[in-house]
Write a protein that binds this ligand. Sequence first.
Ligand code: GDP
Length: 444
Amino acid sequence: MFQSLSDRLSGIFDGLTGRGALSEDDVNKALREVRRALIEADVSLEVVRGFVEQVRDRAVGAEVTKSITPGQQVVKIVNDELVAVLGTEAVPLDLKSTPPVAVMMVGLQGAGKTTATGKIAKRLKEKQGKKVLLASLDTRRPAAMEQLKVLGDQVGVDTLEIIKGQSAVEIAKRAQKEAKLGGYDVLFLDTAGRTHIDEELMAETAEIKAATNPHEILLVADALTGQDAVNLARSFDERVAITGIMLTRIDGDGRGGAALSMRAVTGKPIKLLGTGEKLEDLEDFHPSRVADRILGMGDIVSLVEKAAETVSADEAAKMAKKMKKGVFDLDDLKNQLLQMKKMGGMGGLMGMMPGMGKMKKQLAGANLDEKVFDRQVAIIQSMTKKERATPALLNASRRKRVAAGSGTSVQEINKLIKQHRQMADMMKKMSKGKGGLAGALGGM
Ligand code: GDP
């Protein structure tokens, strides 16, 4: 699942993230490719359209801080929008109600409803110690009732006794009574499916809902069916107002479009994933993890998040202005040191950038750990305001005073001042780069 989409997207962004500046054309071209990749992955057209627009809007207004590239920023925006399309927060199955809590399973035949019922029942029993009752309402296929009984036995949870000749609604009511009498926590109502959506199926589903008022109505949909799964979700939701979705066959080589569209089209959360035929193959649906699986760029995303946390846009703008003028005093150095420390030091920062692993090892040898930052900040704090603005004032006696005040040595002060001079020289030489992503992108 998601493999080809993931390959396509990482191909697009690999070309983008390493670059210092992006033109409007670069971004438009990348967005066109993203659009095509999503459509080929079977994401519904309306969702693709909204998605690309959102990314474009945000890219134009975005600020880029010094520690990331515009391309990395675009990756982060695409990631955030993916997470938003997928639903932002993980929404678990809601069982907070007076027991027995009824969960109705709906969907087409073969989608994996009965298997899903067994999987969830097993988890509730083993992980949460719940007492679960399973009831098959499939009056059309006696084999389906047997199948649920076999599953129940396998998992070690009870199934409702099979009585021939009852209607689905009658069975559902009997199940509710039995669940109440037997002190069950959760009751699963496994409804009958059809090979396709038809009025009879919808009417029966609506009737069972009216008779039992289930707390959860979980639509089980086969992820491999792509667009059809989306239409299915829409139909079921319009008719019986589903409360959530479980996508099955995530382990198959489907293109992933269903996962990306269903939430957006119905507004109902995807709650669970079926990841195989075995009863253990059940996962919670986490939008951010799935987005990461699709983009495969978690490292860049967390790098940008850290940078955004630590460097406010104001600070960055102020710094950029000073740097353009070639001004970089010891107060600026102190701010830089504090920021680097917040970002986990140079080591942490480098480790997150692609291709920087080797450099990180060298830096580790250079002893750039947190304590060094702390000592350097302490040195600068022991200086007077004037000394910080004009480091040339720091003659031998002043350096001795600062060393004593900060609990360090004159050698360390010398080293820091040398380091500062090198950085200030470098800043002067640095070309006047464009400011912010908006500048880099122009008015797209
Ligand atoms: P129902 O008609 O909706 O109740 O569907 P079933 O539960 O009988 O499942 C139909 C087939 O799909 C069975 O062979 C299951 O083993 C298989 N199946 C269900 N869920 C998954 C899944 O997540 N991954 C895979 N690979 N197969 C699944």
